[in-house]
Design a protein around this ligand. Structure first.
Ligand code: 13P
Length: 250
């Protein structure tokens, strides 16, 4: 079975509800009938109802940028998986490098969030990736192995089918520096090899691994035509309907 690519927009902390609605209204006609790839938008929590309603009945899924691992409770400022489901969200990012860097998310927290997402049938996109100093010190493979092992702790092969992994080298995020398609493909095959060790060859062959980090319309084709690269997680270039639809239709 070939892996169906997923092209995902991480809007980070951008857009008002009016801007988000205008994006979806302009974007849907640009990707109408496109079913070669899955498409998903990840707006801020306050935008979720607006974006979900605007995208209802379309080929565009909507998810959260983050969830809490607890089902509910006294966690000021957080969003639960039940709240996400109640407004119609189907996916969530987990462990984005900005969450790790600015909000102290560890592999252990990522793992707890992954268990919670899977328990509630929310499709998780688990983000991993090395920082520049780690790449320069030749530690990329080690870092990826540690992150993926930590993220997948206690996950069984039977439960793993919905999991998507995003490889986002931190030095390529928002910097305009993209990993070359060869660098990305090499990292993806390290990750897939590790998934095979942890969850078996079948899960590894089926799991989708997205690339993220300065994906733009002009580099999307080179990246996405690599067999190891099963989609993209796009930041800056996902904020405009034209550039994001160009990436979707690479
Ligand atoms: P940029 O595409 O802006 O580099 O962001 C990548 C990213 O962090 C997506 O999650």
């Amino acid at each position: 079975m070939p892996r169906k690519a997923l092209i995902a927009a991480n809007w980070k902390m951008y857009k008002t509800p009016a801007e988000a609605k205008a994006f979806v209204d302009a974007f849907l006609p640009l990707v109408a009938g496109h079913d070669r790839d899955e498409i998903a938008l990840f707006p801020s929590p306050v935008l979720l109802p607006t974006v979900i309603n605007a995208a209802k009945g379309s080929n565009v899924a909507v998810g959260a940028q983050n969830i809490h691992f607890a089902e509910e409770g006294a966690y000021t400022g957080e969003t639960s998986v039940g709240q996400l489901l109640a407004v119609g969200g189907t996916h969530t990012l987990i462990g984005h490098s900005e969450r790790r860097q600015y909000f102290a998310e560890t592999d252990e927290i990522v793992n707890k969030k992954l268990h919670t997402a899977l328990k509630h049938q929310v499709i998780p996109i688990v983000c991993i990736g090395e920082v520049l100093a780690e790449r320069e010190a030749g530690q990329t493979a080690e870092v990826l192995k540690t992150q993926i092992t930590g993220a997948l702790a206690g996950i069984t092969a039977e439960a793993a089918a919905p999991i998507v992994i995003a490889y986002e080298p931190v030095w390529a995020i928002g910097t305009g520096k993209t990993a070359t398609p060869e660098m990305a493909a090499e990292a993806h095959s390290i990750i897939r090899g590790e998934v095979a060790k942890l969850l078996g060859a079948d899960v590894a062959a089926a799991i989708r691994i997205l690339y993220g980090g300065s994906v733009k319309p002009d580099n999307a084709t080179a990246l996405l035509s690599k067999e190891e690269i099963d989609g993209a997680l796009v930041g800056g270039a996902s904020l405009k309907p034209d550039s994001f639809s160009a990436i979707v239709k690479y």
